[in-house]
Design a binder for this molecule. Structure first.
Ligand code: PFF
Length: 449
């Protein structure tokens, strides 16, 4: 099996570099806008518990599977399947991953562009230009969407052009601590405000009567999206990881960081919504559910920041959207790195050229979406809600029955001697071979059963 020269492909300078890059991929818009509202409108603490189970029982084993395949082969998702099996069918799983990455990035870039436009919207508003603020904050304006998508894609491409350690690692080492600090400061402010206690109660009090198959489906989809699983992002990031590192421990740290950030984002968003309600802002939609998604982030929250006014309103508003932009950027770089690593490994294209052309190609799709934002929901359903869990099942089945668990254990024991004999190792084997594929499949089909 060909082992690529990692010195020319690039590698992480340190274990922390890998953890922060992978956690940066995981921590994104999914954590900050999707998770909190899903939790609050689906049984609060009950959703949280189910989500945690999905992350650690299903997500974590799949993450280990991906990282071990990447590190073993030192390849992109397509190359990894090629290197581990002579059957020509299996690289199609990697191709599906690359396609999901490309399509997710195309709409993610548009939404990420909105987060930047809202940094400006808040600045303009608090600088005393409410008309300009309203104009720039119009997410229905295709031209504006296009401009901000170009800006966001340019930032993503320039980081990817820098390479693995000088681009991705350097950027995430700065951005991730920044994200943590902003999140903690914002939570500190919000939980001291009137009305936020009601939000905390809604978020944390478990209502088990709301637990249904549909809710479990949501929690599982959210776990896959949030942990960046099922499309080979972690095969790619794992391929730059040194053989001396401990894969199970690294996967555990990434899963934990992502869940902590999702949990913290809930502590920020839900109390903020109730704070908004205390200010007279509507936080429920016509059917009585908490307003979620773009309407929450780009309407409810800015109304609150504006209502608060003054220095606090300005600080809260501007830093909140900087937080979102940072979270989005560390995710878009991992989404772009997947097709770029594929082009570098399989077609021997130079990194800078690959980043530029692939970035441009994906941007072309983002431009269409900029004018046709209803496509976001459709693409999200196909490529993230269905595509990622599907990829996850195929990765587990491939590892278990084609590459074989024994070989994966050999890789996992490298850097963590004795892992295969440990209890976690034995449980992992049962999870990837049987439990994960069945549970994910059942879950994918459950809306039709
Ligand atoms: N995990 C990111 C989020 O929660 O926003 C989204 C994502 C990034 C999904 C990278 C998949 C991926 F490969």
């Amino acid at each position: 099996m060909a082992q690529t020269d990692t010195a020319t492909r690039g590698n992480w300078n340190s274990k922390l570099g890998f953890i922060l890059a992978a956690a940066g991929s995981a921590v994104g818009l999914g954590n900050i806008w999707r998770f909190p509202t899903e939790a609050a409108s689906n049984g609060g603490g009950a959703f949280l518990i189910i989500y945690l189970i999905c992350c650690f029982l299903i997500g974590f084993p799949v993450m280990m599977a991906e990282i071990s395949m990447g590190r073993k082969t030192g390849k992109n998702p397509v190359g990894a399947f090629k290197a581990l099996s002579s059957n020509k069918f299996y690289p199609l799983i990697g191709m599906w991953g690359v396609l999901c990455g490309v399509m997710i990035l195309s709409f993610y870039t548009v939404v990420a562009g909105w987060t930047v436009s809202y940094v400006l919207e808040e600045i303009l508003f608090f600088a005393g230009n409410p008309e300009w603020a309203t104009w720039i904050g119009n997410t229905g304006n295709g031209w504006l969407n296009a401009i901000f998508s170009v800006a966001f894609m340019s930032a993503t491409v320039s980081i990817i052009m820098g390479g693995v350690s000088d681009g991705i690692e350097r950027a995430t080492k700065t951005l991730m601590p920044l994200l943590f600090v902003i999140l903690i400061v914002l939570i500190g402010y919000v939980v001291m405000q009137p009305g936020s206690g009601k939000g905390l109660a809604t978020y944390l009090r478990p209502d088990f009567s709301m637990v249904t198959p549909a809710l479990i489906f949501d929690a599982m989809g959210q776990a896959f999206f949030s942990l960046s699983l099922g499309m080979g992002a972690l095969i790619t990031y794992g391929s730059y990881l040194s053989k001396k590192e401990n894969v199970p421990q690294a996967a555990a740290l990434v899963t934990t960081t992502d869940t902590i950030v999702a949990f913290l984002a809930g502590l920020l968003i839900i109390p903020t919504m109730y704070m908004a309600q205390a200010q007279g802002i509507t936080i429920f939609n016509a059917s009585g559910d908490l307003i979620a998604g773009p309407a929450l982030i780009f309407q409810v929250l800015p109304s609150l920041f504006h209502e608060l006014g003054g220095l606090w309103g300005a600080m809260l508003g501007i830093t909140f959207f900087v937080l979102l932009s940072v979270a989005a950027l560390t995710s878009t770089i991992s989404l772009l790195e997947v097709p770029v690593s594929y082009a570098i490994d399989e077609f021997q294209i130079k990194r800078k050229k690959a980043a530029m052309y692939i970035g441009l190609g994906i941007l072309a799709v983002s431009l269409v979406i900029s004018f046709q934002t209803s496509l976001i929901g459709v693409l999200d359903t196909i490529f993230s809600q269905i595509g990622l869990p599907l990829g996850g099942i195929l990765i587990c089945l491939f590892l278990s029955y084609e590459w074989k668990v024994q070989n994966a254990f050999e890789e996992l024991d490298t850097g963590n001697p004795g892992f295969s004999q440990s209890l976690v190792g034995k449980v992992w084997k049962v999870m990837v071979m049987i439990v994960c594929p069945i549970v994910i499949l059942y879950n994918l089909l459950s809306p039709y059963l």
